[in-house]
Design a protein around this ligand. Structure first.
Ligand code: HEM
Length: 182
């Protein structure tokens, strides 16, 4: 996985939980990289999951919740580093609809070694946006956090429900996003 995800993770832990927690985490997990991350490098996916799992035990926060928190933190970092021009997108729904076909596509063009998840889209009878997430990494809870981070950025209130999940044997994770009036 791209180094930018790892630098953001270490920044979040240091900022929110302190440098002592980060150092204790590294002592326990002993990652191959020794916890020294660079944006331009690639690191093992398992390294992120090992750090998240250990932090979950240490802080007594469920792995799923930790990934959601991290997604919320990561969003603005990714947004600000986007190779696709996002200045004309002014609302959450339009933004979510272009993740797959514009944002991640452009990321893949600029960083050919990146492995990106896929999203396909539908609308349910209530007018909610349904996003089907698929990735070998099964980071659907990170995706939820990223979507919540995007909602905060666009100053919109949403709820997300995950009715089907790859962790429970589904082919794809089904995320239903309801947009609330302010
Ligand atoms: C709400 C918005 C977004 C969602 C839901 C989303 C979803 C995700 C998820 C879940 C991953 C983890 C990898 C995986 O699942 O296989 C990921 C990775 C990534 N995303 Fe997005 N993303 C969003 C916005 C963005 C933006 C704005 C950028 C701009 C650059 C971006 C660039 C990336 C990059 C570089 C990776 C790492 C790929 C790799 O390590 O190979 N994403 N995204």
């Amino acid at each position: 996985m791209q180094g930018s995800v790892f630098t953001s993770f270490s920044d979040m832990v240091i900022e929110k939980m302190g440098i002592v927690t980060w150092n204790e985490l590294l002592i326990k997990v002993k990652p191959c990289s020794k916890g020294i991350y660079t944006n331009a490098m690639l690191y093992q996916d398992s390294e992120l999951m090992d750090l998240v799992t250990e932090l979950s035990k240490k802080m007594k926060i469920e792995v799923e919740d930790l990934l959601r928190i991290f997604g919320g933190y990561l969003f603005i970092r990714l947004y600000n580093a986007s190779p696709a021009n996002l200045t004309k997108v002014d609302n959450l729904k339009d933004f979510l609809l272009i993740i797959d076909s514009v944002i991640h596509k452009e990321v893949k063009r600029v960083y050919p070694t990146a492995y990106l998840p896929t999203f396909d889209y539908a609308e349910n009878a209530q007018g909610d946006l349904v996003m089907h997430y698929q990735s070998k990494r099964k980071l659907c809870h990170l995706a939820e956090g990223l979507i919540l981070g995007a909602a905060e950025h666009f100053n919109q209130i949403i709820t997300i429900q995950q009715q089907e999940c790859m962790h429970n044997g589904a082919d794809k994770c089904k995320l239903t996003i309801s947009f609330k009036e302010k």
